[in-house]
Design a protein around this ligand. Structure first.
Ligand code: GDP
Ligand code: MN
Length: 345
């Protein structure tokens, strides 16, 4: 609206208040994949997000599970919000190991992953979860007519009051993806992810967006050993336990073809590809990088990392704090890498 070139248009969110609370909502939902055993962690996350944001807008909550939710789960979560709550079962064909995965090869691979100290390597459900979050969730019938989502996990924290409609911001500014934290990944969980990506790109050079973030994805300067072990990928990714995004991107042909290529390659099971690097690579290659937004104003924690803005609207987190874990964890922050290539200060 101001005539500034796309991508440099940055609304200071304190001033950005389009839409009246509880007026017309965007086609969107808050979304959580969660286990019944994580009820109390889910209630924690809900309380924070309702208090800081959603009580002003009342976006529905959609909960997903690979087994049915208990009555207790439904009662206690729905009691925490005035918004609609939906409880959805994941179809088996979206969750189970696909037929082309060889079980013996999977068992062998787990041994290698464990030797390399890859967390959750021997947990089959974790592999299924990463695959579901990569290429399945937006295909669930319950989301068929929904466009935007905000992904929330149990046991996360939100610290800052947000007074504008986040989904309206996404739509009005033509944003595809919003994040709070970026991290380096464990290279040995994804040794063939980048090589498979390069193979795919060779088959589909037309999918590469002209304003892509390939130089961000392939950076080798700050942590060269990561790039080397991941065979050309910096491992820098948007930490996807927090995601605010437009499902039209995941539903697009480039992403669908990319996901199917990866799914056939088998790395969700033979390695431990996470949905975070898969989403991040796809965004960095197939999307206009100016459509990716850092929500600097959303104070957030998922153990052990924080996004903690300098604002009187935030309570309970220390401005600028990145981690409360061991000091070496500070090296895991790759936001400077993103800012360098996307040209933000
Ligand atoms: P981490 O954040 O990588 O340590 O992994 P989490 O254990 O937090 O799992 C990521 C998300 O997937 C969380 O929202 C979990 O509740 C959810 N999740 C993981 N495994 C399962 C599962 O087997 N069933 C269901 N329903 N949810 C799962
Ligand atoms: Mn988690």
């Amino acid at each position: 609206p101001t005539g500034e070139p796309e991508g440099t248009l940055m609304y200071p969110s304190d001033e950005y208040k389009p839409g009246i609370p509880n007026s017309a909502r965007i086609n969107a939902t808050i979304l959580a994949l969660v286990r019944n055993e994580e009820l109390h962690g889910m209630l924690q996350s809900m309380r924070d997000l309702e208090r800081t944001w959603n009580h002003k807008f009342n976006y529905p909550w959609t909960f997903f599970n690979d087994v049915p939710f208990t009555e207790e789960f439904k009662e206690k979560t729905s009691a925490l919000t005035n918004a609609e709550t939906r409880y959805e079962l994941i179809p088996k064909e979206h969750w189970d190991m696909p037929s082309w995965i060889n079980n013996d090869l999977y068992e062998e691979s787990v041994k290698t992953l464990k030797k390399n100290k890859i967390q959750y390597a021997d947990k089959l459900s974790y592999h299924s979860m990463c695959r579901w979050n990569s290429g399945m969730f937006y295909k669930h019938p319950a989301l068929e007519n929904v466009r935007y989502y905000w992904r929330v996990e149990p046991d996360v924290h939100f610290f800052c009051d947000i007074d504008y409609d986040i989904f309206r911001y996404m739509q009005d500014n033509n944003k595809t993806y919003g994040f709070t934290i970026t991290l380096y990944d464990a290279p040995k969980s994804i040794p063939t992810l980048w090589p498979e990506t390069i193979k795919f790109l060779a088959q589909h050079p037309e999918y590469l967006h002209k304003n892509n973030a390939l130089d961000w994805l392939s950076d080798s300067l700050r942590r060269p050993e990561h790039n080397k072990q991941a065979n050309g990928y910096s491992t820098c990714h948007f930490w996807s336990n927090f995601e605010i995004a437009d499902m039209n991107f995941w539903r697009s042909k480039p992403y669908e073809d990319y996901f199917n290529h990866l799914d056939r390659a088998g790395g969700f099971f033979y390695e431990r590809w996470g949905d975070a690097p898969v989403h991040s690579i796809a965004l960095g290659l197939f999307e206009d990088k100016s459509k990716i937004h850092w929500f600097r104003d959303i104070g957030y924690q998922h153990i052990p990392f924080f996004n903690c803005p300098n604002s009187p609207k935030c309570r309970g987190c220390v401005t600028g704090k990145f981690t409360d874990g061991e000091s070496w964890l500070h090296r895991e922050d790759c936001r400077p890498n993103w800012f360098k290539y996307v040209g933000m200060d």
